[in-house]
Design a protein around this ligand. Structure first.
Ligand SMILES: [Zn+2]
Length: 185
């Protein structure tokens, strides 16, 4: 059944399915918990490309909705890649709560990171407690807000690009001629 309210991850998985039928799509890898990572494309593949991403920070999943809408409305010739959900595990966790996590080890670990609270609505990180936005190989570990342990936010990971979501994203876009990237938060 299709849900209209953005209060369950099913809303986004339905959107992803729909977009795969409507637009050119790429599965550029898997998340830490094994979900597909989706990119969509509109416009020409020649020359300069744009990149628009959303859903990096779990609780900011409204940014995914914005990127889905931009994808729908985009009608320029310049090619553009759209990645509505950079962090599908985190978004799912934030929307659906801990019961959405099937893997028992992850479940245990996440509850520990979240001080045994089952409320993950304020979660920003991925399913390993790494803040993906701080995990890139750019001034890694230099943020004054960095935390030294995994958790809801602020942990940059054990080393730069340690997370599958980021590594796959980098591999996907590296050889593309992207001249501008917009990240919705
Ligand atoms: Zn953010």
């Amino acid at each position: 059944m299709f849900q209209n309210k953005i209060n369950n991850y099913r809303y986004f998985s339905n959107k992803l399915k729909f977009c795969c039928k409507e637009y050119d799509y790429f599965i550029y890898g898997k998340s830490e918990s094994g979900q597909n990572l989706y990119a969509f494309h509109k416009g020409s593949y020649k020359n300069k490309q744009l990149l628009i991403t959303g859903g990096m920070h779990a609780r900011e999943y409204i940014s995914s909705e914005i990127v889905f809408k931009l994808l729908r409305d985009y009608d320029l010739k310049t090619g553009c890649y759209f990645i509505p959900i950079v962090n599908p595990d985190g978004v799912k966790l934030s929307m659906n709560g801990i019961n959405a996590v099937k893997n028992k080890d992850y479940k245990k670990m996440l509850l520990r990171f979240n001080n045994q609270s089952k409320n993950f609505s304020m979660w920003k990180a991925n399913v390993r407690g790494v803040d993906l936005n701080l995990n890139f190989d750019a001034m890694w570990g230099e943020s004054k807000y960095s935390k030294v342990v995994p958790g809801a936010s602020g942990f940059a990971g054990e080393y730069p690009m340690s997370e599958k979501e980021n590594l796959n994203l980098l591999n996907f876009i590296e050889k593309k001629y992207i001249i501008m990237s917009l990240a919705y938060h």
